[in-house]
Design a protein around this ligand. Structure first.
Ligand SMILES: [Fe+2]
Ligand SMILES: [Fe+2]
Length: 255
């Protein structure tokens, strides 16, 4: 880990099942040697079961750097999201839901701020779902707008030298490419990207699109990384930013 660089270890879509315990215990053992922060963009558990969250919490409690996460659709599948959040937070993980829970730290002489939320679906660009017609359609896209509003709120209040936005769903189309086209509307929404481009950030990370592409950027040029474990095909990605310029360096040593 370079002394003059901010280094983030990022991986989503762990889908932590109880029978994976033996291998996952080694997963993050030495992450503190290569990164300043560990970021987990959702689908941490297989089905949002408390037992799954407890096993993950056992491992994350031993991580020696700050761990920041959002939940994914799998984590809320059994309507147990608040309990999953509580179990992880008891282990020291900061689980962000947006709308007022952004966190800041100091590293390499700068403040590093994180905000995020799960996000939701609706599609991208000109094909983004609009609130027209049936009440169910209006409710569907209202959920996405609400998620975007949470990040809008947090980015307005987040005063940091370096800002990271964490979603589970994708805010751009580029990083879902590779998935079947029919699934695009269910993999994310451009609405999530609006506050990011409007208010600015240094990096956006997400997961969810297991067959998607790793790299993309927003319309204003902010780097976006799809860090779903099946996309990375490695324990985590290492993203390194020069402390002075806050520009991303070529990928460092990945875990
Ligand atoms: Fe997933
Ligand atoms: Fe997901």
């Amino acid at each position: 880990m370079a002394a003059d660089a901010l280094t983030l270890a990022v991986v989503g879509d762990l889908h932590w099942h109880v029978d994976q315990r033996p291998t996952f215990h080694h997963h993050f053992k030495s992450v503190h040697e290569v990164a300043d922060f560990l970021i987990l963009p959702g689908d941490l558990t297989g089905a949002g079961l408390s037992e799954e969250a407890r096993l993950l919490a056992e491992v994350l409690a031993k991580v020696r750097i700050p761990v920041i996460a959002v939940l994914g659709n799998h984590d809320v599948h059994t309507d147990n999201g608040p309990e999953v959040t509580r179990i992880l937070e008891d282990a020291g993980v900061r689980v962000l839901h947006g709308g007022g829970d952004a966190v800041t730290f100091t590293a390499h002489g700068m403040t590093v701020g994180f905000c995020g939320t799960k996000g939701f679906c609706g599609g991208f660009g000109a094909r983004c779902l609009t609130p027209f017609g049936e009440p169910a359609i209006k409710e569907f896209i209202a959920e996405t707008k609400e998620e975007a509003a949470r990040v809008d709120h947090d980015l307005r209040d987040l005063h940091a030298d370096f800002k990271v936005v964490i979603f589970h769903y994708s805010p751009i189309e580029t990083t879902v490419q590779g998935e079947p086209r029919e699934l695009y509307p269910f993999l994310g929404s451009s609405l999530l990207c609006e506050p990011v481009d409007k208010l600015g950030a240094n990096l956006v990370v997400h997961g969810h699109a297991h067959l998607g592409a790793e790299r993309g950027h927003t319309e204003s040029g902010i780097p976006v990384r799809n860090v779903a474990l099946p996309v990375l095909k490695r324990s985590y990605a290492i993203l390194e930013f020069a402390a002075e310029t806050r520009v991303m360096r070529a990928t460092g040593t990945d875990g």
